[in-house]
Write a protein that binds this ligand. Sequence first.
Ligand SMILES: CC(C)(COP(=O)(O)OP(=O)(O)OC[C@H]1O[C@@H](n2cnc3c(N)ncnc32)[C@H](O)[C@@H]1OP(=O)(O)O)[C@@H](O)C(=O)NCCC(=O)NCCS
Length: 386
Amino acid sequence: MTDALRVVDITEEHLDSVWQVRARSFGPGGDKDEFRKSALGFIADGRYVGVAAGDEVVAAGRIWPFEQWWSGRRVPMAGVAGVIVAPEYRGRGVGSLLMRGVMQRAVEKGYPLSGLYPATTVLYRHLGYEFGGARYKFTFQSADLRVLGGKDVSVRRAGRADAQLFIELASKLHQARRSNGPLIWPLSEIESWLGDDDNFAYVADDGFVVYNWADGNLDIDELIAGSEATTRALLATVGSGASIAKSVNVFSAPYDPVHLLAEHEADGDARVGRWMLRLLDAPAAIAARGFAPVALEADLRLDDSEFAANTGDWRLSIADGSGALTPAAASADALRLGARGLAALYAGTPLATLRGAGLASGGSAAGDAALDAAFGGGSAYMLDFF
Ligand SMILES: CC(C)(COP(=O)(O)OP(=O)(O)OC[C@H]1O[C@@H](n2cnc3c(N)ncnc32)[C@H](O)[C@@H]1OP(=O)(O)O)[C@@H](O)C(=O)NCCC(=O)NCCS
């Protein structure tokens, strides 16, 4: 049956069918006009890919044009979302055919990396994705945030016109902290996020906060602060809602300063949702990211069943916070990785974990320690679901 199927670009004419398959895949609801509007943006840019059987579209997936911070540098990342297959076509390779089309499109568009939130890991692992990091939601008592102070910091309401400023403030912080994982959204998305009346945004000289109501409590979607005083001031601004909202949910890194400032620890059942990563173009992905300030040379043998260009013998050189992957002669001592092992290593997963899961072999203990130091740092996180 899959022989008759082909990968296509989704067009405006397909959107009614895609909408129906979406409802059958993710459940009813949603705003069809909003869906159309957003879909047209993906279509205009060749970032909406489908699978057709004759004239009928039976599967679709789209690509967000993100950048992602890796050790303080911005790496273009194809964020895959809205992957759906019509129920009557599932379980016969259509999802895999679609994802190969999506990944190929991402390569053509020059993305060295791709990321996604998996509803099932199986499909994506077969294609070389592996867990890269997580999205954390911690719940604090609003009263603990209310008393954090920072009263000398002047904080003003922010809106749509501050989108570029927010990108600049976030960039400064992620560079300085050598962050791993957070996304940079397209400017137009940040503008509509800040223009949404349901979001409350405030800005200080070196930071900002965006929060909103969620089931009678408050959610902090993002808080960026370049100093202790601003961290305190922005948390206290949200915490000032304590008379009505008893809790504040914070989407943040697991090592965010809020944990060291609030009197009581975050609620024990923090929510953790994992996302997956894949290197589409290994040399470009290595060249684009930052590394810890260590120097190393390592022989790698990569086996990538989807992208032949990644497969082969490589020399990984890291120095002065930058890396390079260059073709090399085969070495019996090389560290051997498949696409999944490479993705997880890139995201800072210790090699002992990869060996324990059968995703790395060869190499040496001393080599592992050096690679762990180079790729390591703060564990990778994202603030947003997409
Ligand atoms: C998930 C979905 C896209 C898979 O499509 P599909 O056409 O059935 O996928 P394939 O036939 O290519 O399957 C590829 C592999 O994934 C596995 N797989 C597919 N769906 C799975 C599921 N729900 N749970 C576990 N494994 C699954 C298949 O068994 C196959 O692995 P195998 O070769 O080892 O057996 C489809 O079921 C769907 O649209 N679901 C609803 C929406 C959704 O969850 N989308 C994913 C959002 S991240």
